[in-house]
Design a protein. Structure first.
Lengths: 232, 126
């Protein structure tokens, strides 16, 4: 379980997180939503140990994030791949870092995502790069998968392929996935639990289906409703 | 099948199977897709599919035999109950919409009869 206990974090004068308190339930796919600057990226980076809280505590399986780092597969928002490498070389390179690299999974997904392992990363389209990032991140047997804007700026067909790959790969109850995204409509059927962040705090959280039952509308509508009054 | 994001997804999965049963597309003893197959085809979170399948087991609609798959175990009188239940649900939406337009029950029934007559006449002309 990933737990945030009253976490606060500033960057200069900017408040990124303000007494952020939340438990990411084990074995679920959790959607992390909120406007730009709400603290989504900051909290994901904290789980991976790239950031530290100013106050409060983040634990992964009860321990410091650094210690649990090997159990986490992290898909960052930025393009972190080396453009001169063909995909298969990038895969070999990535595999050396992780004891849990799964070659079978890699080959299956490579096929499923329609990627050519000989293609150089710098020469492929944005959509193919997004798929490659996903491929290299999930070709592991990691119990935690963190995705920071995996669907951002790519065409709808590629987005669907990525979601299909996530579903295909997911073992219910065994893996915990946290997805931060603006494409709430695309992930309506993908997420079990949702957390809406606003100015570094939890504005609303709960089970996706329960929110639908209570409110009679979609997660997209819930987001609009929760944030509509903010700008007034 | 289209899923409505404004209603609980797991419920819609159960409704989907119930409709197939009521229509006779699925019968007692038929095998339904595995949770994994259903999740991948419908593009839905496998946890949600699991919840729906578990509920269907609790409702005694299906039975999962380890290593073999999930099978429909519904027969009468459950089928008749299911049909009535689904019909009532749809009727609920209809009544709500019609009332919002100002129809009372008498008006709704009158409209239904006239629609029935029109359809009968149209099919006679074919």
């Amino acid at each position: 379980m990933i737990e945030f206990k009253n976490v606060s974090k500033r960057f200069g004068t900017t408040v990124a997180l303000e007494k952020f308190d939340y438990k990411f339930e084990q074995g679920k796919i959790i959607g992390l939503f909120g406007p730009n600057g709400a603290g989504k990226s900051t909290s994901i980076k904290m789980i991976v140990g790239l950031n530290r809280p100013d106050a409060g505590e983040v634990t992964v399986d009860g321990k410091e994030p650094r210690i649990s780092r090997a159990n986490i597969a992290y898909l960052p928002e930025i393009d972190h791949l080396y453009p001169w490498m063909p995909i298969k070389q990038a895969a070999r390179f990535t595999s050396t870092f992780y004891a849990d690299w799964d070659e079978t999974k890699y080959n299956e997904l490579l096929n499923f995502l329609n990627l050519d392992p000989q293609m150089k990363i710098g020469k492929i389209s944005k959509g193919q790069r997004a798929k490659t990032k996903l491929l290299l991140t999930v070709s592991r047997r990691a119990p935690y998968l963190l995705m920071d804007e995996p669907l951002s700026g790519i065409d709808i067909l590629t987005r669907e392929d990525i979601i299909d790959a996530i579903i295909k790969d997911y073992r219910e109850g065994e893996q915990t996935i946290i997805i931060s995204t603006h494409e709430i409509a695309e992930v309506e059927r993908l997420v079990d639990e949702v957390v809406f962040l606003d100015k570094g705090r939890v504005k609303l959280a709960g089970s996706a289906d329960e929110l639908r039952a209570e409110r009679g509308h979609s997660l997209v509508e819930t987001m609009k409703e929760a944030f509509r009054n903010v700008n007034q | 099948m289209a899923y409505d994001s404004s209603r609980p997804i797991y419920r819609q999965i159960i409704d989907d199977f119930q409709k197939q049963l009521v229509r006779g597309e699925l019968k007692q003893g038929d095998k339904i897709p595995s949770q994994r197959e259903y999740a991948e085809k419908a593009r839905i979170n496998p946890n949600t599919v699991q919840r729906a399948y578990r509920e269907m087991e609790t409702m005694h609609m299906v039975e999962t035999l380890r290593g073999q798959g999930t099978y429909i175990i519904v027969a009468e009188p459950m089928l008749t109950d299911m049909k009535a239940h689904l019909g009532q649900k749809i009727l609920g939406y209809f009544i709500a919409e019609m009332e919002s337009l100002g129809y009372d029950y008498a008006g709704m029934i009158k409209l239904l009869h006239s629609e029935q007559d029109q359809r009968r006449a149209a099919s006679k002309d074919d």
